[in-house]
Write a protein of this length. Structure first.
Length: 230
């Protein structure tokens, strides 16, 4: 089993470094304060990539946030769930009805199934979906405690990364998934010069100087009224 997982790890290594820009503001709130790898900054540099990569503590925090949400969504009574009208971002920018809680539960499971190999998904199903504790999992999977937690950490890291990097709709941040807010690329923002947006422009010094000169010329032409001497 370990060999199988190890092989899968080697074959999936390329997937780990996709072109996603992890910046400091993305990871700072998620990093573990006392982390020995990133010292609480969330990013760490490696010899394999020029860009800093997210620390494992950040990836695990992302997975755990998604898992908490998955549990709360799956424990909700089906009668409580309501359909919501949401806007679908894209070229056509449509609006569609959706059951967000159910969609999140399905996405969480399906993304895990697609990402993990058979052996890892088995552990994921027992521990994260069915809620089996480490003792039961070790018994069922025939692994020791150390190996079990090592595998759990690795699954959390892999899925945490995938949940954030997923395109076009990432599972994390949760508020964006559930339609609370949407990010916009700077390139997509309207150009104030083209659209005439309400951006305050700096005054042109040459225009100000011309206006002042015009005013001074006007003042020079005005003469005080002549008073008739009695
Ligand atoms: Zn860390």
């Amino acid at each position: 089993m370990i060999t199988e997982i190890g092989d899968a790890k080697a074959s999936n290594r390329e997937e780990h470094f996709v072109s996603f820009e992890w910046n400091r503001s993305e990871v700072l709130g998620l990093a573990k304060e006392g982390c020995s790898q990133c010292r609480g900054y969330g990013l760490r540099s490696t010899s394999r990539t020029a860009q800093p990569v997210p620390c494992n503590c950040v990836l695990r925090a992302i997975f755990r946030a998604c898992h908490r949400k998955f549990r709360s969504c799956s424990h909700l009574d089906t009668q409580v769930s309501t359909a919501r009208l949401e806007s679908v971002h894209g070229r056509e920018h449509k609006r569609a009805w959706g059951l967000k809680n159910e969609e999140f539960v399905a996405d969480f499971v399906l993304v895990a199934k697609r990402t993990l190999n058979e052996a890892d998904y088995r552990l994921f199903r027992y521990h994260f979906l069915l809620g089996a504790d480490w003792k039961l999992c070790c018994q069922q999977l025939n692994v020791d405690r150390g190996t079990f937690f090592h595998l759990v950490y690795r699954i959390e890291e892999r899925l945490g990364r995938v949940f954030r990097e997923l395109q076009p709709y990432a599972l994390f941040p949760l508020d964006e998934y559930f339609g609370g807010s949407a990010r916009k690329l700077v390139d997509d923002l309207p150009d104030p010069e083209r659209t005439g947006g309400n951006v305050i422009q700096m005054p042109d010094p040459a225009r100000i100087a011309a206006k002042l000169a015009e005013r001074a010329a006007k003042r020079a032409t005005l003469r005080p009224p002549l008073r008739k001497a009695a």
